[in-house]
Design a protein around this ligand. Structure first.
Ligand SMILES: [Zn+2]
Length: 232
């Protein structure tokens, strides 16, 4: 894919017009189909997406947002995991502790430090982002924490961030594909379809309500599952 400079951003020469995913050309596709189109475009190297509030009165932006904000997904989840393991009761500095936990989990010092030392620039952070699957801001903060960046270098780079509008939208946002958990759902599905467990038995043993169990793991409703299966 060829790239072009668009203001401060390097974008793919071919863009994806997203209006018809929510609006205008007949019946729009389902949300799942829309997400598949966006992910296929990401896979093909598209990093320029056209959307507007007018396309479906906000529906189009709501569709694109979660898919394209995937670069923040890992850090957000790791932050929440930090709370889960460290904070049975709230404390005043729990937010910064959870951030430090997430940073250490996703960017282990020994592995990331060599890649961050030797002169950090914005293009370098943008290149490292798809590798570590965290935002450029997270990489910059990690560099400061690990001491590979001086106070003045760090504040200079943060000023550059503001200057190019990276605090609201970073380059390479779309280079990190969204991930959805599937292992637990797969395990539950095997119990439902092959091991003879009923949904209510699974829900009871996991101490959750049946509708929540279906919703949380995107399980197929047991009534929709095929009654027969070919055994080879
Ligand atoms: Zn938090």
């Amino acid at each position: 894919m060829q790239h072009r400079q668009l203001g401060p951003f390097q974008v793919s020469a071919i863009g994806l017009g997203c209006m018809n995913l929510s609006h205008a050309y007949g019946t729009p596709p389902s949300r799942e189909q829309g997400e598949r189109v966006l992910l296929a475009a990401l896979d093909a190297g598209v990093t320029l997406f056209d959307t507007a509030a007018l396309y479906g009165f906000g529906a189009n932006e709501k569709l694109l947002g979660p898919v394209l904000k995937a670069h923040r997904q890992r850090f957000t989840l790791a932050h929440e995991l930090g709370h889960a393991v460290m904070h049975p009761v709230p404390s005043s500095d729990m937010e910064s502790q959870a951030d430090r936990f997430a940073a250490a989990l996703l960017m282990p010092a020994r592995d990331v430090a060599p890649q961050l030392s030797g002169g950090i620039t914005l293009p370098r952070l943008a290149a490292l982002k798809p590798v570590w699957r965290v935002s450029m801001a997270a990489l910059l903060m990690r560099a400061k924490t690990l001491g590979v960046l001086s106070e003045s270098q760090s504040s200079y780079l943060w000023r550059q961030f503001s200057r190019f509008g990276y605090r609201t939208a970073e380059p390479q946002d779309v280079a990190v594909a969204a991930e959805s958990p599937h292992v637990v759902a797969d395990v539950l599905n095997v119990h439902l379809t092959e091991l003879g467990y009923s949904l209510s038995e699974l829900a009871a043993s996991l101490h959750v309500y049946e509708p929540d169990l279906l919703l949380m793991h995107h399980l197929r409703s047991p009534s929709a599952r095929p009654a027969l299966r070919v055994v080879r």
